[in-house]
Design a protein around this ligand. Structure first.
Ligand SMILES: CC(C)(COP(=O)(O)OP(=O)(O)OC[C@H]1O[C@@H](n2cnc3c(N)ncnc32)[C@H](O)[C@@H]1OP(=O)(O)O)[C@@H](O)C(=O)NCCC(=O)NCCS
Length: 148
């Protein structure tokens, strides 16, 4: 899960330690990708995914109020531990950050995840773009903060 601004990071409430943490995680990820690339990754599919992700960013998130948001990435629970409330707990952690910052939350959902996210107030705002032939990529979902 992470804070996003146009695919990068949130602005506004700046906590210098959070910014430093994000910076170090980013640098570590980039170094790891160069010195130890994931041998299981398909570079063609990874590139399609990157292009799809940029396209969705422009299509659904590139507005003044949605650009700054908590975007929840890659949620997965060990099949042996599913249906015990872990997924809901993890999503709630991200939603609590969005509530605290009074910003939107976003997620790219699989078919199975959609039921969970809908029950937590996310709404479908579009379809994900196909990256792998024959695979239903699911939907794009957004959670809107309550304005007081
Ligand atoms: C989606 C996922 C993360 C949910 O995690 P989880 O820990 O099992 O979720 P929870 O136990 O908190 O379930 C919360 C609710 O989500 C829904 N749900 C979860 N798994 C479901 C399933 N297999 N079929 C139908 N509904 C499901 C149910 O409404 C469930 O509430 P209930 O158990 O009271 O009926 C998990 O199924 C998973 O890792 N799936 C594979 C990866 C994936 O699709 N990730 C989502 C990509 S964004």
């Amino acid at each position: 899960m992470g804070e996003e601004e146009g695919g990068n990071r949130i602005k506004g409430k700046r906590d210098p330690w959070k910014s430093l943490e994000r910076f170090l995680v980013n640098v570590t990820d980039r170094i790891n990708a160069v010195i130890a690339p994931d041998p299981s990754a398909d570079p063609v599919a990874a590139n399609k995914l990157r292009i799809a992700s940029n396209t969705l960013e422009k299509l659904h998130w590139d507005t003044a109020e949605r650009k700054i948001r908590w975007h929840l990435h890659w949620l997965g629970v060990d099949p042996a531990q599913q249906r015990k409330g872990i997924g809901r707990h993890l999503v709630q952690w991200g939603l609590d950050r969005a509530i605290e910052d009074k910003v939107w939350a976003g997620i790219e959902s699989s078919a199975v995840g959609e039921k969970l996210y809908s029950s937590m107030g996310f709404k479908v705002i579009g379809e994900r773009l196909p990256c792998i032939e024959g695979i239903n990529m699911g939907t794009v979902m957004a959670w809107e903060p309550k304005r007081s």
